[in-house]
Design a binder for this molecule. Structure first.
Ligand code: NAP
Length: 253
């Protein structure tokens, strides 16, 4: 029998960027834990196909671009009207663009900031306006191992994820007094579409396995337990923290 501290049955959760990869795995975990789940992404067709794969009747979709303020405001209002008040928000949508910093294009810098950082501000603020009024809510921002450490070629990505860590702490400061807990989850190297070029690079892949105490790449399912904890009553006094789920990589040289 599971402990009541981990009971999140009947809650409503929105996971941004959940048509595939980590977001879809987290949405599946929340659905399996008894939540009503709303999938988000920009492609309505892809979202419908992803929703069809999830268990239970209580799976909804909401296609909107998390980088666009008016679309986010309309999207959150629509979700609350159609599905119900949000108890849980997972800010997961993100992109990676790799290039040496000397050659990094302006447009790519702005796209990274918009998708990985501004989105969490826009969606977080819109959801928190409602959550703070109701006096409760749980927000998890998907940070990264690169909120702490970086490699050549990904400085802009690491800058977004480092900033997202500090936005998490700032949200905790502003919204904690209104009963909203905000935390981060920092995945290590996880096999998804975003990391496919790295997984397919034999040398890089071997480096990841050597460098990770757990000795392997992470799987999207590895991240579910951490999120279920952070959105559960067990974490009611946990706020402003980043939980790294990286097979130990950030802890060792
Ligand atoms: P992914 O497989 O590329 O999936 C990204 C998701 O975000 C897709 O569902 C995509 O759907 C959606 N998305 C992208 N831009 C969007 C926008 N403007 N509005 C709405 N949705 C948008 O990526 P992933 O590997 O699962 O990564 C998910 C998160 O984990 C990201 O924040 C990433 O930085 C973080 N992370 C990943 C790793 C890793 O090793 N994979 C490690 C650390 C952190 P559409 O394209 O259809 O919109």
């Amino acid at each position: 029998m599971s402990h009541p501290l981990f009971d999140i049955g009947g809650q409503t959760a929105l996971v941004t960027g959940s048509s595939r990869g980590i977001g879809l795995a987290l949405a599946r975990g929340l659905a399996e834990a008894g939540c009503t789940v709303v999938l988000n992404g920009r492609d309505a067709g892809r979202l419908e196909r992803a929703a069809a794969e999830l268990p239970g009747e209580r799976v909804h979709t909401a296609a909107f671009d998390v980088t666009d303020g008016p679309s986010v405001a309309a999207g959150i209002a629509d979700v609350e009207e159609r599905v119900g008040p949000l108890d849980i928000l997972v800010n997961n949508a993100g992109v990676q663009l790799r290039a040496p910093l000397l050659e990094f294009a302006d447009a790519d810098w702005h796209r990274l900031l918009d998708t990985n950082l501004t989105s969490a501000f826009l969606v977080g603020r819109e959801a928190a306006r409602r959550m703070t009024e109701r006096g409760h809510g749980k927000i998890v921002n998907i940070c990264s191992l690169q909120s702490e450490v970086v490699r050549p070629g990904i400085a802009p990505y690491a800058a977004t994820k480092g900033a997202l860590k500090m936005l998490t702490k700032g949200m905790c400061a502003d919204w904690g007094p209104y009963g909203v807990q905000v935390n981060g989850l920092g995945p290590g190297y996880i096999e998804t579409e975003l990391t496919r070029p790295l997984v397919e690079d034999e040398e890089f892949s071997a480096w990841v396995r050597r460098r990770t105490p757990a000795g392997r790449w992470g799987r999207t399912e590895d991240l579910v337990g951490g999120v279920l904890f952070l959105v559960s009553p067990a974490a009611d006094f946990v706020s402003g923290q980043v939980l790294y789920v990286d097979g130990g990589m950030t802890s060792v040289l």
